[in-house]
Design a protein around this ligand. Sequence first.
Ligand code: URA
Length: 424
Amino acid sequence: MNILEIIAKKRDKKELTKEEIEYFVSNYTNGKITDYQAAALIMAIYINGMTDSETFYLTYSMANSGEVLDLSDISENVVDKHSTGGVGDKVSIVLLPIIAAMGIPVAKMSGRGLGFTGGTADKLEAIPGYTTSATIQEFKRNVKTVGISMITQTMNIAPADKKIYSLRDTISCVDSMPLIASSIMSKKIASGAKKLVLEVTYGKGAFMKTIEKAKILANEMTKLGNSAGVEVKCVFTKMDEPLGYAVGNTLEIIESIEFLKGRMKEDLKEEILKIGSNMIYLAGMGDNLEENRQRMIQTINSGKAFEKFKEMVQNQGGDVSYLENTNKFKKAKYIKDIYSKKDGKIIEQNAEKIGTLACFLGAGREKKEDVIDMSVGITLEKKVGQRVRLNEKIATIYANSEQKLDYAIKKLEEIIFIKNIEKN
Ligand code: URA
């Protein structure tokens, strides 16, 4: 078997065998297949798709490319969650401390930014000192002692996905159904939780642009999870505009802290309660979703969720004084408010375009080795459908380069689309 034959076969739209997929996954993970060969194969998969069997074999080869965790010694009720990606999506950072504060163990392995979407691991690293790397023993110990740990894929969990994921990000091969399904489910199967809530996003700021495609992806991931004995519940989130108001790593952490302190933004609150009430249900801690939502709100209002977040951050080396006083976070050099040039109504704030602009400012990566600029990004003031007045503030740009700031001002004024309101 050799990689050139495998690339040619996929290029020519033929189905790959289990052995061929395993050969690719193991030899790319151990460095015997080069990045450019892997890029060629991934591009062929992106263009030609995969059959159900190919997706199944790819998922399992990636899941088995490293260690497969057994969390049963922590609890049978460890519940995980994962999102198919979005812009301004800080759900995990806010939600998981709430769930942990309610006594449900959380063992969460998060991804980094991908394409125009942000990654939870990058955002957590905006907290000075917070480390997202841990050994398997440390990870499990943290979950046992604190009730929650949020790390990234630094240990040997699905290393093949880690490599393929960052390669896809730099060759425009992210938004592919079989690649997303296998990427997410390989990590989830390997990270050991037997109950999983999947937030499947769709719309302008998601990889799946329509609800129909999101449902196909959800179905695919559910089948993959069930085949590994994982109980899966999917919830759907429309993502045409960013979730919440902040896009960019530090900015999103600050918005998350505010939420946990009780200042809850409506759209984010709805997502958190929707996903969280299902996590509580799957963990066997409450059959009534409405009651679960109320209990979550009580956990936030009592301060317990914020305390749990602080405990987790401290346990993972983060400086909690930043959580107490968010003014301590390093600010971008240039902070520029944008004002409306007319009286009207916000018609569109395209999440993909805003995510791409935030990446351009430095909040995401263009190349695998790029270092993220934590302080840059965009905050919005309004949601689609809201009224704005002439000269009212509609957004703020945070940049560390004057040139990038100038470009971002022009772009953002185009992206936030305001329509005049007819006067009677
Ligand atoms: N999240 C992942 O973990 N993988 C993808 O491919 C997309 C979103």
